[in-house]
Design a protein around this ligand. Structure first.
Ligand code: SF4
Length: 169
């Protein structure tokens, strides 16, 4: 099961380059960022995120062209079920994952269009700092990690500001 915080779901413009993104905070974070500033996202909070709730979120936020999971929770099978639902029902909508982990499950690379990896380290800074350890990858759907292109630099020069933690929580 994947759980999210319904009250913080929001449309954002800065998280994914050139996208109008519906961002949803996922709880049960399995990250261990020493500098975590959203420790509540490590807890078992919120409601189950289901395909029907994703449909409702799209209904309430017409015009978005990207869906962002701010975190991957602790159930990758459930996460994959949700991203596959979006891929199939909303083929024109891109899907992104902010993971706070060094290595996400290999399977996620086949279904997401963007994957952000790496824990948040305050001394290195977030995605919009050239010193950051975090990385944002653009993927070709269905082609896995081998198709990943590192687009982190786009956050350094274009005025795009990444969130301030490992996954945006
Ligand atoms: S990924 Fe985000 S919520 Fe998870 S430990 Fe790191 S900073 Fe905290």
């Amino acid at each position: 099961m994947i759980k999210y915080l319904p009250e913080t779901a929001t449309v954002v413009l800065e998280e994914i380059p050139d996208k109008v993104t519906l961002a949803v905070e996922i709880t049960n974070c399995q990250g261990h960022c020493e500098d975590c500033h959203s420790p509540h996202l490590r807890d078992d909070l919120g409601e189950e995120l289901t395909p029907a709730k994703i449909d409702a979120l799209f209904g309430d936020n017409f015009g978005v062209n990207c869906f962002l999971f701010l975190g991957e929770g602790k159930d990758v099978d459930a996460l994959l079920k949700l991203v596959k639902h979006i891929n199939k029902k909303y083929p024109s909508i891109e899907v992104a994952l902010y993971s706070g982990l060094h290595h996400t499950d290999e399977r996620v690379w086949d279904y997401f269009d963007y994957v952000k990896t790496g824990p948040y380290k305050a001394e290195l800074g977030p995605l919009n700092k050239p010193t950051t350890n975090q990385r944002m990858y653009l993927l070709e759907r269905g082609k896995g990690k081998g198709s990943a292109i590192d687009i982190t630099e786009r956050f350094w020069h274009g005025g795009i500001e990444g969130r301030q933690d490992g996954r945006g929580g």
